[in-house]
Design a protein around this ligand. Structure first.
Ligand SMILES: [Zn+2]
Ligand SMILES: [Zn+2]
Length: 261
């Protein structure tokens, strides 16, 4: 049987983000926003040893994406792949670690994956989404997105599996308890993607190859899992009917099942 890409979102919210992507005997983590101990525990819960991890890719410097990366690198000799600006902005959180630089918008090899990076608008020093390809299969991940851009659409188009931010419900945010400046930041160009916007992006990127979509980075205050699923399903209704992909939602507390991309 040919090798396949498998993945699990180990956890996702503003409290921490980490996704494991495996192909053959090699596991890459996208972001390491929990403590190293927590990440090792969650990995072992899905049958992956920390010694199988061959690299960590960082999307951006915010603490919910980098928290455990430095310790993972020092303790287990795992290289961290990130943009130069991300290393600079996260210097204190990362500490001394094995660094591998990439250019946001470029691509590189992290065996057995070809990794394509695409820039995303967000209030970080540098921020990107990833498209990992191996064995003619592609896995795309993008969270923390201020608004949809052509680079986002291009990066996720025709992927077999997609992890995409569905951060907030517009009405919940609007009527919720957050102060005005924070509401403005979340809904603004350097903030996050709403459920509706997530559905609109899916309409642009899914195709008959697409097997599944995992909604990620759901706000614990301005969203619920059923609401995110319902809004995304209704906005992307036609694509869903046409291509029949599955929609799942990641949560902050436990890993999703291990999906085949
Ligand atoms: Zn985040
Ligand atoms: Zn962020």
């Amino acid at each position: 049987m040919p090798l396949a890409i498998e993945f699990s979102v180990l956890g996702s919210s503003s409290g921490g983000n980490c996704t494991a992507v495996r192909c053959g005997g090699s596991v890459i983590l996208v972001d390491a926003g929990f403590t190293a101990k927590e990440i090792a525990g969650r990995l072992s819960g899905i049958g992956i040893g920390i010694d199988e991890v061959s690299g960590v890719l960082l999307t951006h410097d915010h603490i919910d994406h980098v928290r455990g990366a430095g310790v993972l690198s020092r303790r287990h000799g795992i290289p961290i792949h990130a943009a130069r600006q991300t290393f600079c902005a996260a210097e204190r959180a990362l500490g001394c670690c094995e660094k591998s630089y990439f250019e946001c918008g470029g691509e590189f090899e992290a065996w057995p994956f070809n990794v394509r990076t695409f820039p995303l608008p967000h209030d970080a020093a540098s921020h990107c989404g990833f498209r990992l390809e191996a064995q003619k299969t592609s896995f795309g991940l993008a969270t923390d997105i201020g608004y949809a851009t052509p680079a986002l659409i291009e990066g996720l188009r025709d992927c077999d599996s997609i992890v995409l931010e569905s951060n907030y419900d517009f009405d919940m945010l609007e009527n919720g308890p957050y102060p005005y400046f924070l509401k403005k930041r979340i809904a603004g160009e350097g903030g996050h993607l709403s459920n509706r916007e997530c559905g609109e992006v899916l309409n642009e990127v899914v195709c008959k190859r697409t097997n599944r979509v995992v909604l990620a980075h759901l706000s614990q205050n301005n969203n619920t899992e059923p609401l995110a699923r319902a809004t995304v399903s209704s906005v992307a209704h036609r694509a869903l009917c046409e291509f029949g992909f599955k929609i799942h939602a990641a949560n902050p507390f436990e890993p999703t099942p291990v999906f085949r991309a």
